[in-house]
Design a protein around this ligand. Structure first.
Ligand SMILES: [Fe+2]
Length: 257
């Protein structure tokens, strides 16, 4: 039996209250991130010159390469004490690979932000219990941070907001779709005036509820912002392993830590 750390209630309370929490990049993870950053540093100047089709083809190739350096299950292994502190759970169903997000500078005409959403907007109803893990890789700062609406993980559809479904320029099953971009999105209309906030802390990972309304916002720098992210759920909340529309494969792998 592995000895677990004593529960850290402030962190857990904070997470439940705000829908997110930060956690420092661990030194074992950082060793892997250094290797990944090296790959991206060498690629970033050539990437920015590519046309849209070749850009996503290359991002998808890099996404596969990065997942060979750090798997989502290895990441959970490294952070098992942190996850235990928050969830008091050892059984997780985890997205089987990380998405690589490569957000181009806003001035680039092919710029495509991921619009504000909840993970449950795409997928079965148990996606309401989903969480996100977001890891900064390269050129991440306050000027290109994720954005969110404060306490929106507690907002109720049709009471606090409504939405309209709209199409994007992404083709279903394309390379861009396989890197996590959406082929349709929901335009949100809030019932009262609310403000976006930045979700970023230097050298920290973000854990946030999939119900926290979030988007990747604009990149106001002149460099591509690289990060990886993955979704997960407590195993007890996974009703059925969902087939992911972009890859046609099972969404989750279940692991105990
Ligand atoms: Fe998301």
């Amino acid at each position: 039996m592995i000895q677990k750390k004593m529960p850290n209630f402030p962190k857990e309370l904070n997470f439940n209250r705000n829908g997110y929490t930060f956690v420092k990049i661990d030194k074992n993870l950082n060793k892997k991130l250094i290797l990944i950053r090296k790959i991206l540093k060498n690629k970033q100047d050539s990437l920015i010159k590519l046309n849209e089709r070749n850009y996503y083809k290359e991002i998808l190739r890099l996404q596969k390469q990065i997942n060979k350096k750090i798997s989502t299950s290895k990441f959970f292994e490294i952070y098992k004490d942190f996850f235990y502190e928050i969830f008091k759970e050892e059984n997780f169903s985890i997205q089987h690979y990380f998405y690589l997000r490569a957000v181009k500078p806003k001035k680039n005409k092919n710029f495509k932000p991921i619009s504000f959403h909840r993970e449950s907007f795409q997928g079965p109803s148990y996606f309401k219990k989903m969480y996100n893990i977001w890891i900064p890789l390269l050129n991440c700062n306050n000027e290109n941070a994720l954005k969110f609406y404060q306490k929106s993980h507690k907002f109720i559809k049709n009471k606090d907001f409504k939405f309209k479904i709209k199409k994007t320029s992404i083709t279903k099953g394309s390379d861009a779709h396989q890197t996590g971009l959406l082929y349709k999105y929901r335009e949100l209309l809030f019932k009262r005036k609310i403000y976006k906030k930045k979700l970023f802390k230097k050298k920290n990972i973000i854990l946030f509820s999939g119900e926290l309304i979030h988007g990747n916002g604009e990149n106001l720098t002149n460099k591509i912002r690289f990060s990886i992210d993955a979704r997960f759920i407590l195993k007890k909340h996974m009703k059925k392993n969902h087939i992911q529309s972009s890859t046609g494969k099972e969404y989750f792998i279940s692991k105990s830590y």
